[in-house]
Write a protein that binds this ligand. Sequence first.
Ligand code: PA5
Length: 423
Amino acid sequence: MINLDLRYAKLNEDLESYQEKVSKAHKDLHEKTGAGNDFLGWVDWPLNYDKEEFDRILALTERMKGKYDTVLVCGIGGSYLGARAALEMINGLYPETGIEVIFVGNTFSHTYISQVLKHIQDKEVVLNVISKSGTTTETSLAFRIFKQFMEEKYGAEAKDRIYATTDKARGTLKDLADKEGYEEFVIPDDIGGRYSVFTAVGLLPLSLAGVDITALMKGSLDAYNDLNTDDLKVNPAYQYAVARRILDNMGYKAEYFVTYHLQLTMIAEWWKQLFGESEGKDGKGILPTSACFTTDLHSLGQFIQEGSKVEYETILYVDEMADDMIFPSDDEDLDHMNYLAGKKLSWVSQMAFEGTLSAHSEDGGNPNIVIHLKDNTAYSFGYMIYFFFLACGMTCYLLDINPFNQPGVEVYKKKMFKLLGKE
Ligand code: PA5
C-alpha cells in the first residue's frame, strides 16, 4: 500500500544503526510506556474503536439523507484539518455528491464568517460543532453565530440538525449540548486533537459528506497490522521516522511536504499540524512546510534547485489518482501541443514528477524521500493517516520529545485573552 523510496545514499547507509532505538520506541508506543502515554489511545484505535458510536454515525447519516445539502463543520486544528484533508483527497474539490461542506470556527476573520452566513441563507444545513476542550475561542465564537442562524431558520427543529463532538463527561460544550438536547459524539480522553481523525471528529463530517467511512477504518486497521513491527527493514513508517532524524542531525532543518495534485494540499496542511505541533518543542524539531508541484515549481522551484541548502523534500506520490483523461489532438496544432496528443494526463504528471525528482536530487543535491501511495480512495486515506501517526510518534520519541502536548500554543492565547478582556 505504501512504498518508501529514500533518494539519498546516506539515509540507506545509516538506517540500520537506529534499530535498537526504534525497537525501544516501538515498545513504548505499543505498551504505552513512552512520554505522554496517557495520549496513546490512537495506537490501537483502528482495532478498538467505538463500534456503537460508529453505527450511530451511519444511522444519523441515513436518517438525515435528502434533508440537507450543506454541512457546516465548526472546529479548528485537530478538530478540523483531518476531515477537510480527507474530503478534498477522496471527494475532490468539486464533489459529485452535491453536498457542500463548509468549515468554520477555524478563523476570526469576520469577512469569512459574514460571507459564509450570506452563502448559506437558502441552503438546507446541518451543523457539527467539534471541540475536545469545549472552550476554543475561534470555535465558540463561530458556533454562537451559526447556532443562532440555525435557530432562526429552523426553530425547534434546529436541535435535530446540530451535533456536538466533544468530551464524554465535562466541558462547556458538553454542558451546552446536554442542555440543548443535541446528539453527542465523543472525543476519547486518550486521543489528542491531531490524532483524532479516526474518531467522530473526522468520521461524522465525512459520513455526512458521503465518504465511505467503513473503508476508511479498514485502511487504518490494515496499516495498524502491517506496521505493527519494530523491524526497520520492513516498516516504511519507521524508515521515514529515522530518515528525518538522520537529516536533522546533518543540519537539514526544513522539510517540504510535496504533492502533485491541488486536492492534496489539505493533506499537506494536516501533515504540517501533525509534525509541527508534535515535534516543535524544547528548541528542537524540523520546520514542516509544503509545496504543491508543479504549481509551486513556478514560485519555489528556483529556491529549491539553487538556493541555500536547509531543506529536503518528502514527496507524497499517489500512483493512481482518480479521473484520468487523454489529452486531445488538434488538427491545426496552433499551440504546438500535439506532441502530447493521445497521452494520459497522469503520464504527463508522472514525467513532471520524475524530471523534478532527478533535477532536485541529482542536480540540486537535495535529499528526497518519496512516499508512494496506491490511490486516493477512503481506504488509502485511512492507511496513509495511520502511517503518518506512527511515523510521527516514532520520530518524536527518537528525539526525546513528548509528541502529544502543545504547551507553546497557550502563549498566544494568554496574550489574546488579556487584550480581549477575558477573565
Ligand atoms: O492537536 C491539538 O490538540 C490541537 O490542534 C486541537 O485540536 C485544537 O487546538 C482544537 O482544540 P479543541 O478540540 O479543544 O477545540
